[in-house]
Ligand binder design. Structure first.
Ligand code: NAD
Length: 359
């Protein structure tokens, strides 16, 4: 076997529809008596419910979470926490709300209880992001890793199907790249394979019927596993490209992942037979890149970079930016190969085993 290092970080996972009812006892378990509850303005109703369930342990709601965590919002959140002498944070929502909790925890070291309502997976990673002006900076600190995560799938029933599809594909992307990470290990590969399987099986069911609680639970189970992979091993070409495209052309996060994933896999998988085999097993196919493309079409995710507003003239620039800073990738990269990948993604062409022959 390939030698590896595996570090297990403590995180308490409470899983099951209806488990939000256990909030008060989970706060007691962590000794939290003065929590600040965080949410987006759209999910204020959930924050109010959380506050009620936590009783006197929840002092105030701060409902100003927005995409990309602007530093000004993070600072206002830190002040809100200090004003009430908070001893803990409860993040009720998706990656944006989790992001705000992490930014506050980074400065205050307050423990986070996460109540995720999308499939983004941020609740099980030590990765944070902050945006100042147009610049988004990301970092990693175990101070921001939530202590307890309450996965209550009933809270995801209201997640619109479009967002369910793209955030689910985003989760699959974390696990797919984790399979060939530089610091991959067999435990995380096991998580990745099972997480992809659970999402690939459940997403089509919940797209067909948004109220299918069993499918929602299975998707959330997959999201937990895939998020854990992102939190534990490094990423490569796919995440780098999505970051470059998102940052340079202001593209939506999860949708960009949904478009790029199949092409990044078509490029990398021929270089990593073991990862390719696991992905094939998880997707029950013999051509994982094409199967990911088909899954995204079935889920109604955006079909191409062109559909996201990228122009043909942007592709050269994107390929050049993507090659600027070197990073790990299992298959050697060239600007020509990345340019070809971007063209396929721009056109929305179905990738195949031979899409990158000669590169
Ligand atoms: P989001 O948190 O931005 O939510 C999008 C919208 O959907 C918000 O208005 C939110 O209130 C609403 N919403 C969320 N759950 C809902 C529900 N169940 N019902 C109804 N409405 C709901 O979306 P996201 O995809 O979860 O998060 C994206 C962000 O997370 C990005 O900024 C991304 O960079 C970040 N992210 C971070 C990590 C990490 O490890 N740090 C991992 C994945 C994503």
């Amino acid at each position: 076997m390939t030698p590896f290092t595996y570090v297990s970080r403590p995180a308490r996972i409470i899983f099951g529809a209806g488990s939000l009812e256990r909030l008060a006892e989970e706060l007691d378990e962590l000794g939290i008596r003065r929590a600040l509850v965080l949410a987006t303005p759209e999910q204020r109703f959930l924050a109010d419910r959380v506050r009620k369930l936590g009783g006197e342990r929840c002092v105030e709601v701060f409902d100003r979470a927005v995409m990309h965590v602007p530093v000004e919002t993070a600072q206002a959140g830190v002040e809100a926490a200090r004003n009430i002498e908070a001893d803990g944070l409860i993040a009720a929502g998706g990656g944006s709300t989790l992001g705000l909790a992490k930014a506050i925890a980074l400065e205050t070291s307050l423990p986070i209880v996460a109540v995720p309502t999308t499939y983004a997976g941020s609740e099980v990673t030590p990765i944070y992001g902050l945006t100042s002006g147009n610049e988004k900076k990301t970092g990693k600190s175990y101070r921001v890793l939530p202590r307890t995560v309450i996965y209550d799938a009933s809270l995801t029933l209201t997640l619109p199907v479009g967002l369910s599809a793209t955030s689910g594909l985003n989760a699959i992307a974390h696990a797919a790249e984790g399979l060939y990470a530089q610091d991959a290990n067999p435990v995380m590969s096991m998580f990745a394979e099972e997480g992809i399987r659970a999402l690939a099986q459940s997403l089509p069911a919940l797209i067909a019927n948004a109220g299918d609680l069993a499918a929602r639970e299975r998707a959330q189970y997959g999201a937990w596993l895939c998020g854990t992979v992102l939190g534990n091993v490094g990423m490569a070409l796919h995440h780098k490209l999505c970051h470059t495209l998102g940052g340079s052309f202001n593209l939506p996060h999860a949708e960009t992942h949904a478009v790029v994933l199949a092409y990044a896999m078509a490029f990398n998988l021929p270089a990593v037979p073991e990862a390719s085999e696991r992905l094939a097993r998880a997707l029950a196919t013999d051509d994982p890149a094409a199967a990911l493309y088909d899954l995204a079409r079935r889920l109604g995710a955006p079909a191409s970079l062109a559909a996201l507003g990228v122009t043909a003239a942007d592709l050269d620039v994107a390929a050049e930016i993507a090659m600027r800073a070197p990073y790990f990738n299992p298959r050697p990269l060239s600007q020509r190969a990345i340019r070809h990948l971007l063209q396929l993604a721009y056109d929305g062409a179905r990738p195949g085993r031979n899409s990158f022959e000669g590169f």
